[in-house]
Ligand binder design. Structure first.
Ligand SMILES: Cc1cc2nc3c(=O)[nH]c(=O)nc-3n(C[C@H](O)[C@H](O)[C@H](O)COP(=O)(O)OP(=O)(O)OC[C@H]3O[C@@H](n4cnc5c(N)ncnc54)[C@H](O)[C@@H]3O)c2cc1C
Length: 391
């Protein structure tokens, strides 16, 4: 198989890249190679829309529409840069002129844990959890970050019993200021979930068709199923094996090329420079997958555009929702400007008088204004930020 453009990974970034290529090149051949059996789909609905009644059909990206060949259920295992050839796990070979690594991330797993724990990432994981959730079973949800909080809310909304085990002292505690993160724990408890904060799982054993979770303080919790959201690791194996630079993801330049000018990387797996934050970042969010994927595709087809975009992200937690942009790190100084405490307002993340990130809590259509604020030199403080957004 010979392709002008070959894309490894068949997720959102890959789809966006194929579309980006087509914006500039009508004729070039495009091939996508993906480990999952499903064609590219939107991942965010797996923990949101699909649980609220959205049809499964609504998540497909319809990548074949841009005349891209999909090779699914196949993992790229070898990259021969010299000969411009990729080999998959069944021995098939694909040649390329331009290659994109859009391999995303793999979920972190618990060493020594028994089979049957669902490390939530794919549509297949959704199908498994959905099949279990209909029986109103008891779920253990490990992790209180983006995936843990969303999946726990989704399960609870189906009537399932949910116990969350969260090592930090609150929900999304690495991202939200301490008071908001604790208010979220109260909110989840009011919704009928059991939330164990500051607790780690020491051991998981099987018990009949279910599991027993043994916590560090000796507490034992029986569950019918366990879903884990422990974060991801960038899937940079192929790049490392081919001698490309990897440092918290595959390192790319402003045109999204690796050290090899014929190989680009984008999406969750790529480590890139962002001028507004003046640092290298790796972003695990949809807006970045779409915008970076598109730019990578356009650049593979010769556009030469620098990727200077500061991506945003969002989440829904029961009836609460937020959008955010920039660096949301709970270790930064924060200023919370609440209209209604923990229900509606804006949280600013500050460092040396600059706004590094903005959390728009039940506050909508302000992402561009927040981005502009991050680009401004300031100096900013609580005094001149109060009431600044919504603009
Ligand atoms: C449940 C869930 C909910 C989310 N919700 C939100 C949200 O609300 N807001 C938000 O901004 N972001 C959200 N995200 C994050 C967002 O979905 C990701 O940022 C996005 O999917 C990244 O896309 P990607 O294509 O770069 O990587 P991935 O989605 O990881 O796709 C990479 C693909 O490449 C395949 N692959 C890897 N290695 C190989 C190989 N060697 N050969 C072939 N194929 C390979 C993988 O199997 C995978 O299918 C959510 C993620 C999940 C899992």
């Amino acid at each position: 198989m010979e392709y002008d453009y070959l894309i490894i990974g068949a997720g959102m970034t890959a789809d966006a890249a194929a579309r980006g290529i087509r914006e500039r090149d009508e004729r070039g051949t495009i091939g996508l190679l993906g480990t999952e059996l499903d064609p590219p789909y939107n991942r965010p609905p797996l923990s949101k829309g699909l649980w609220k009644g959205d049809a499964l059909e609504s998540i497909w990206r319809n990548t074949a529409d841009v005349r891209a060949d999909l090779h699914l259920g196949r993992k790229a295992v070898k990259l021969d840069r010299k000969n411009h050839v990729v080999e998959d796990d069944r021995g098939a070979r694909y040649s390329y002129k331009k290659l994109l690594l859009a391999t995303g991330g793999v979920p972190r797993t618990l060493p020594g844990a028994p089979e049957g724990i669902i490390y939530y990432r794919t549509l297949e994981d959704y199908r498994r959890v959905r099949a279990l959730a209909t029986d109103r079973r008891g779920f253990g949800v490990l992790g209180g970050g983006f995936i843990g909080t969303e999946v726990a809310a989704a399960l609870r909304m189906q009537g399932a019993g949910v116990t969350m085990i969260v090592p930090e002292q609150g929900l999304c505690a690495r991202v939200f200021p301490g008071d908001l993160s604790l208010a979220l724990v109260d909110f989840y408890r009011e919704k009928g979930l059991r939330v164990e904060i500051g607790q780690t799982v020491k051991q998981i054993s099987t018990r009949g068709n279910g599991f027993t979770l043994r916590l560090a303080d000796g507490t034992e919790i029986g569950t019918d199923a366990v879903v884990a959201g422990l974060g991801i690791q960038p899937n940079a194996e192929l790049a490392s094996q081919a001698g490309l630079r990897v440092d918290n993801g595959i390192v790319v330049d402003e045109l999204l090329r690796t050290d090899d000018p014929d190989i680009s990387a984008a999406g969750d797996v790529a480590n890139f420079y962002n001028p507004a934050l003046d640092q290298r970042i790796r972003v695990e969010h949809e807006d970045n997958a779409n915008s970076m994927g598109k730019t990578a595709g356009r650049n593979m087809a010769g556009a030469g555009e620098r990727y200077h975009y500061l991506p945003s992200f969002y989440s829904d937690l029961f009836e609460l929702g937020y959008e955010a942009v920039g660096e949301l790190d709970a270790r930064l100084e924060t200023f919370s400007d609440w209209k209604t405490p923990f229900r509606e307002g804006v949280v600013y993340y500050l460092e040396s008088g600059r706004v590094r990130g903005v959390l728009l809590w039940n506050t909508w259509n302000q992402v561009d204004a927040a981005r502009a604020l991050i680009a401004e030199p300031g100096p900013w403080s609580a005094a001149n930020l109060a009431g600044r957004l919504p603009a």
